[in-house]
Design a protein around this ligand. Structure first.
Ligand SMILES: [Zn+2]
Length: 419
């Protein structure tokens, strides 16, 4: 129903502005998030249960969101490059930090409303099983296009299954039917559908791109929805987006209006905030979120917010990749901690007892030395009282052992061979 109402609203809007649009040749931004939200309202679960690891956000701290990109392609063109994906990450990290070069284009009248949202995005380095992963999944599909029906989010439907959406932001890239360039799930939506879907040629700033959608703002816009923002016109004529510092405007804008752009319900002479990321203007003409939008988005990450779980997601830390065994063709990004050169086991290989050679001012005094087998099972522990202490391993069978010295981030790990 809402789809038809919106279509008819759009039809009348287009009728009125047909001449202008046809002269200027703007393509119509088509974000399906509002329709999608209306259709999926029944499946929204708006409760979050803080876990033992929950913590509140700290005022203005930078919130970093691990991202996994699912490139679901049918043709080689749709299999967009790593460079195109990384160009999108760069845009997000500029737009959500107000470090975008075109921030200067925000009209003076709105400059004080513009916000550095202090939200950043990183490609995940660890998959949900703890294995190293570059945060980009490429998957061929037999489907020639996807509808706004979430098929792309499920391997069984020709798409690719979501990673744990409490820890990862899932972004699916695919060819979508019609003119739709993207849609987002509503905060608190069904876990296996949580994330955004973006048209493959409306993503990033380099590579395969369509005109007007070549500055990465489609994803900025959709992530605004993902973090609870509505369209700036409230999806109704002179509607309300629930944000105090975005002025009421009668409808969406397209192309690149010039300031001031007044509409029937403008509260003052500043008119529409058409350069807001949540309007429908061309990528090149969008350049701001407001302070009110920032507060709304960050609120989701607070202690009782539906996205609070991201405060304990460290999926961009490659040193956490630990699960074994790795598939043969995967490339390890995790670097195991190794002994610093100031500490060596001596002798190595060893038959009955070993000690350490120490360089510089490193001391073993008071440190615990642990001998483990290859699977990490602890076999012996000994606390050293001087650098000259020795560990006897004469009762252990020949083999490969792991020796760790010290604890925490100062811990050193050395491989030891007994013969
Ligand atoms: Zn939208």
């Amino acid at each position: 129903m809402i789809i038809f109402q919106r279509l008819s609203m759009r039809f009348s809007f287009l009728t009125i502005t047909f001449l202008l649009l046809s002269i200027e040749g703007f393509s119509q931004r088509d974000c399906a998030s509002a329709d999608y939200a209306a259709r999926t309202a029944g499946s929204v679960h708006l409760s979050a249960t803080p876990s033992l690891y929950s913590r509140d956000t700290i005022a203005n701290e930078i919130i970093t969101i691990p991202v996994v990109i699912h490139v679901v392609y049918h043709t080689a063109t749709e299999n967009i490059s790593d460079a195109q994906i990384k160009s999108q990450l760069k845009v997000l990290n500029e737009d959500f930090r107000r470090m975008n070069a075109d921030a200067a284009n925000t009209p003076q009248a709105f400059q004080n409303n513009a916000a550095d949202c202090r939200i950043m995005f990183c490609l995940a380095q660890v998959d949900p099983h703890g294995r190293p992963n570059p945060g980009i999944i490429r998957k061929f599909t037999n489907k020639t296009y996807f509808d706004v029906d979430d098929a792309v989010k499920f391997s069984a439907a020709g798409g690719d299954d979501a990673w744990d959406s409490r820890k990862y932001l899932n972004i699916w890239i695919c060819k979508m039917s019609g003119s739709v360039v993207g849609y987002a799930s509503v905060p608190g939506s069904q876990a296996d559908k949580d994330g955004v879907v973006i048209q493959y040629d409306a993503f990033g700033t380099t590579g395969v791109l369509r005109p007007d959608y070549n500055k990465g703002r489609t994803t900025t816009h959709e992530l605004g929805h993902w973090m609870g923002l509505k369209h700036i016109w409230g999806d109704n004529l002179c509607g309300d987006d629930g944000i105090q510092d975005t002025p009421t405007q009668s409808n969406y804008n397209t192309g690149c209006p010039s300031f001031p752009h007044l509409s029937a319900c403008s509260p003052n002479n500043n008119g529409d905030m058409y350069m807001n990321y949540m309007d429908y203007t061309s990528d090149v003409c969008m350049n701001m979120f407001t302070v009110g939008q920032k507060i709304k988005m960050r609120g989701l990450f607070a202690i009782n917010g539906v996205k609070n779980s991201f405060m304990s997601s460290f999926a961009c830390d490659s040193t956490l990749a630990s699960a074994a065994p790795l598939p043969a063709d995967s490339q390890a990004v995790a670097t195991p901690s190794v002994a610093a050169p100031e500490l060596k086991v001596f002798p190595n290989p060893v038959q009955s007892q070993f000690g350490f050679t120490v360089k510089g001012d490193y001391t073993l005094t008071g440190k615990q030395v642990v001998v483990m087998n290859e699977t990490g099972m602890v076999l012996m522990k000994q606390t050293f009282s001087s650098n000259e202490d020795k560990v006897s391993i004469s009762r252990l069978p020949a083999g490969v052992y792991i020796v760790s010295v010290g604890q925490g981030k100062d811990k050193k790990v050395i491989k030891l061979i007994k013969y």
